[in-house]
Design a protein around this ligand. Structure first.
Ligand SMILES: [Zn+2]
Ligand SMILES: [Zn+2]
Length: 221
């Protein structure tokens, strides 16, 4: 499967697209901006968006979930503890001087931390609940991801999409909307640093890293 990371909008949040070009399926994670461009890219690979996943309810990760939903019909998944935040999208936009379409989409699917989220045969995520940056922040973990490194070269890797919980050499801020520093630190120590060292981490902003690198080098721990 292919992974494409699009840093989008004025916040440069990472919108992540995973595509299975054999099955012609795609999943979009955190569509904060530039939906048209990303949809065109997905269509150019003949893939169809199956689901829209949100790591948390901040504007820079959700602002165009509605647009993706309208154009693809794909359901939007969010942890229910961030539903209030999600519904406050217009308020978040005002606070940052941004504009969003007047229609806030409806969340019909809550992420279930008890069971793996099976997107299609060959791709499933464990939902790791990591409150702290926001009350309902999650990370998406795939233990065996068949990563298409190059044409005809597929490697098996562990993949973590860490949202704004863990960045390369940093962590997400906790001064917004019920953020909580101690919870964030505990979330990472207990639920992320216990994953295999070579797990590839794609954060919600900035460059990729690994669990082992952050455990050794991240100055917050
Ligand atoms: Zn955030
Ligand atoms: Zn963010």
């Amino acid at each position: 499967m292919k992974i494409k990371v699009f840093p989008v909008g004025s916040f440069q949040s990472n919108c992540i697209v995973i595509m299975d070009t054999d099955k012609k399926k795609a999943v979009v994670i955190d569509p904060g901006a530039e939906a048209e461009k990303i949809l065109r890219d997905i269509q150019s690979h003949d893939c169809v968006v199956q689901s829209i996943l949100l790591t948390h309810g901040h504007i820079d990760h959700i602002a165009q979930a509605g647009q993706f939903h309208e154009q693809t019909g794909a359901p939007i998944f969010l942890h229910k503890k961030d539903l209030d935040l999600f519904n406050q999208l217009p308020d978040q936009a005002r606070m940052f001087g941004a504009t969003v379409s007047e229609k806030t989409p409806t969340i019909t699917h809550f992420l279930d931390v008890e069971n793996n989220l099976i997107l299609w045969e060959g791709l499933q995520f464990k939902i790791i609940f990591t409150p702290g940056h926001s009350p309902g922040s999650v990370c998406f973990y795939c233990e065996h991801f068949a990563f298409e490194k190059a044409k005809d070269e597929v490697v098996d890797l562990s993949l973590l999409l860490s949202g704004d919980t863990l960045f390369k050499n940093s962590i997400g801020r906790t001064d917004l909307w019920e953020g909580d520093y101690d919870s964030l630190i505990a979330s990472v120590k207990e639920n992320i640093f216990t994953l295999p060292d070579d797990t590839l981490v794609i954060p919600g902003h900035g460059p990729q890293t690994t669990v082992g690198f952050e455990r050794m080098n991240n100055p917050f721990f």
